[in-house]
Design a protein around this ligand. Sequence first.
Ligand code: ASP
Length: 346
Amino acid sequence: MKTRIKLFATVLIVLLFFTNCVKRVDNGKNKQTKKIKFGIVLHGGAGNITPQNLPPERAEQYRTKLKEALLTGYNILKNGGSSLDAVESAIKVLENSPLFNAAKGAVMTDVGTCELDASIMDGSNINAGAVAGVKHIKNPIVAARKVMELSPHVLLAGDGADTFAKEIGLRTVPNSYFYTPRRLKQFKKYKAQKKQTSANENSSFKKFGTVGCVALDIHGNLAAGTSTGGIPFKKFGRIGDSPIIGAGTYANNQTCAISCTGQGEYFIRNVVAYDISALMEYKNLSLKEAATRVIMKKLVKQKAEGGMIGIDRNGNIVTVFNSPGMFRAWATDSQSPVIKMFKTNN
Ligand code: ASP
């Protein structure tokens, strides 16, 4: 009997010892693969953004506004808020700033109006909303979200979208609210030159300024949004990639959340945001591999300029662009804010 008890005790001790060891190994592993709890990335457009083109005081203005937008979204995520709220709020800050080509400060069409496009997507249920060619909605990103939540549709355009926004009580403004002295000057110059070239060939096209944001929240949900005035001196009625789900914006909890900026026509033709997600889903590529393949290979081959920001379901952050620069910023629960604009390290 005594021998049996001794044997039992020995087996128990050995078992306890091994369980402890396994636990320690697990802990080590968890430490190595610590998952990001939440993260946010935003962009303020790609283009000819170089130290030569952007004097230090102006660069500082961009840095300050990007940081404000980033922290707005970041604080929402930190307090357990949703990625959708973070994306919408961060974009709203950039839309209200005349520095960017979205809402206030948007570029003008060939007839001197501002026509705005925006979209938002919820990666948890692949629901989406967008507005295109709107002229009176103060914050198009807010309207895009309302289209998603309050209507059975995905995309509302023109007068119908403006009317929808008014009816649900969103703030509307005269089109002149979006004008800034800088854009009026550009438009006057454009008119004076009586350019016969298309908007795509226009040199001022090289300065983008679209804004976008993607986020992962602590609940594991991804969201993406984009807002723009489009390309300078576009034909009135032209709609770019930003309000097109799958082209300029895409989010899916299974893969990633993406917002693009650049020559919209190419981003539409190549369904860029969805293409990146599909490469992850069907080819098992990482977000970085997929984005690099599309932006740096596919688009470059077509001489298409632009970039993207993205975050995957594990919180990996990627910013890829083939233009000289891209306004971009990001932060996660374990990484303090990073703000960059040029190709190099700042
Ligand atoms: N992609 C936008 C458009 O084509 C322009 C931009 O990103 O600045 O409308």
